[in-house]
Write a protein that binds this ligand. Structure first.
Ligand code: BGC
Length: 510
């Protein structure tokens, strides 16, 4: 009897152990499966976002084709290829004191520079101010009043540091980083807003008139001598510092590029007379689109939920406004599919909660335990106590998003170089340029501005690496990307200098 009881207990224990082991194995299998799902989803994302050099070359060619189409006719391409009426870039001889205002991203900048000729900037004062969110969708009057008042306060604060000459010191360059249909170098109407701005009554209004009016209401007697896109300002300062600068790229909240084009290539404006035979073209490349772009389901969702669906497709894969949000979308999907990020955090459904600077901080966390990643996950996304392997997944997702963006910018840059025969191939269909065959490849400088390039090291490295990869090792050494801090604002002041000194009517459209 005693033996029987003992046997029973032993059997019971064995069954119990089997059940517990079974449950544990089951759990482990399920957890492995969940982890496997996460890995597979990330791998699929990586595959769809892949930018092989072959694919980048297709993007280069698509960019060239679209540039031709945009120059051939109004509306001929998603690339607007806008005239800027800037036909002469600063060459370093400019001097005097000039002001500039820069509106374009989350910050508004006011600058004053003193140029001393011989490529010298004797003094440079800059003040940054965040644009209150509410003003980004207010009325044009409120918006421009904020700008005029900020300028007035700036002048009052800094007024005596530099000697303000009565006549020349009052010229102002206005960098307005949105698509503008220019009617001269100092006038133009807003085509549409981008980057989250939505002041509806501004669309199709003359921007300089609005600013000029606001300035006079605030009692400021200033002359807006140049209205420029930020890419054009960047090109201007690039050229001021180095005559070999032929193009400029901005990669900040938004993205864009401009370059010097031959006047006769601007077919949509036949008879365009310029004294120099060329003109800077504002490509508005943020709106570029091609079927060769590696678009993922996350991009499609981001676009559909944006303020401007079907617009600015290239920008939405590249620029600072969106990269963090692509990462957030991937993490959200992973959290829905598995519990590796813990219980589903409601923060993951909030658009733009993960900004691109935070994403860069995750990506560039070089601590062995990825403590920075853990901190951001906790503080920004309410995701706590995730193991190291999950933090690594987070870094991986940032890497995929950033690498794709940087490499697409590289393809865009090479596209411009190809269009103007500076990529060593001599244009869209012909062979190498004469100069190169005879061993005289020209030095080509591209000015680059914007936080993604200047402050995000991995982004910059990916971009530089991809430019070299696409161009090949023979050509790459002749192409130099130069960083321009605050270039767009300084460049606008320089263009104001160039345009206050001479007649604005040197350019005519016949
Ligand atoms: C605007 C461009 C601007 C770029 C960079 C884009 O959203 O359309 O005009 O140059 O952002 O600021």
């Amino acid at each position: 009897m005693g033996k029987l009881v003992l046997k029973g207990i032993a059997v019971g224990c064995a069954v119990m152990s089997c059940v517990i082991a079974g449950v544990m194995v089951g759990r482990r299998v399920r957890s492995r499966r969940r982890w496997w799902n996460v890995v597979t989803t990330v791998e699929e994302f990586e595959e769809t976002a892949e930018t092989t050099v072959e694919r980048l070359r297709q993007v280069v060619d698509a960019m060239v084709v679209e540039m031709h189409a945009g120059l051939a006719s109004e509306g001929g391409s998603k690339l607007k290829m806008l005239l800027t009426f800037v036909e002469k870039l600063p060459d370093g001889s400019e001097n005097g004191i000039y002001y500039a205002l820069h509106v374009g991203g989350t910050n508004f900048r006011i600058l004053r520079i003193q140029l001393g000729g011989q490529r010298s900037i004797l003094a440079h004062d800059v003040e940054r101010k965040p644009i209150p969110q509410i003003l980004m969708s207010s009325t044009s009057e409120e918006f421009f009043d904020f700008i005029a008042l900020s300028l007035k306060e700036f002048i009052e604060r800094k007024g005596d540091n530099m000697q303000l000459s009565q006549d020349r010191g009052k010229d102002l360059g206005f960098t307005f980083s949105f698509p503008v249909k220019q009617t001269s170098v100092s006038s133009g109407t807003l085509i549409k807003w981008t980057k989250g701005f939505a002041i509806e009554d501004m669309v199709e209004k003359d921007i300089v008139e609005c600013l000029q009016k606001a300035l006079s209401i605030r009692g400021l007697d200033m002359n807006v001598a140049a209205l420029v896109n930020d890419s054009v300002g960047t090109l201007a300062v690039g050229h001021f510092l180095d005559n070999d600068t032929v193009a400029a790229v901005v990669i900040g909240t938004g993205t864009n590029a401009c370059y010097i084009e031959r006047a006769d290539a601007v077919i949509k404006c036949q008879g365009l007379l310029t004294t120099s035979g060329g003109m800077v073209i504002n490509m508005e490349w943020g709106n570029f689109w091609s079927s060769h772009l590696p678009r993922t389901s996350y991009d499609i969702d981001l676009d559909a939920e944006s303020q401007n669906p079907n617009d600015q497709g290239f920008e939405k894969m590249i620029s600072g406004m969106y990269l963090g949000d692509i990462v957030r979308r991937v993490i959200h999907r992973l959290s829905l599919e598995s519990d590796v990020f813990g219980p589903l955090s409601s923060k993951l459904s909030t658009r733009f909660v993960l900004s691109t600077p935070l994403m860069a901080a995750i990506h560039e966390d070089d601590s062995s335990d990825l403590s920075q990643v853990a901190k951001i996950l906790e503080e920004t996304l309410d995701i706590r106590d995730v193991p190291l392997k999950v933090r690594k997944i987070m870094v991986k997702v940032c890497d995929v998003v950033t690498r794709r963006a940087a490499r697409l910018v590289a393809a865009g840059i090479v596209g411009i170089l190809k269009k103007i025969s500076r990529d060593g191939t001599g244009g869209i269909s012909s062979g190498r340029i004469k100069g190169y065959k005879s061993g005289k490849m020209r030095r080509t400088v591209v000015a680059v501005e914007g936080g993604l390039y200047t402050s995000y090291t991995i982004f910059r490295e990916y971009l530089n690496e991809a430019v070299a990869e696409i161009l090949g090792e023979e050509i790459a050494p002749y192409v130099i990307l130069k960083t321009m801090e605050d270039g767009s604002g300084i460049g606008a002041a320089m263009l104001a200098a160039a345009n206050s000194a001479r007649s604005v009517d040197t350019v005519q459209v016949l």
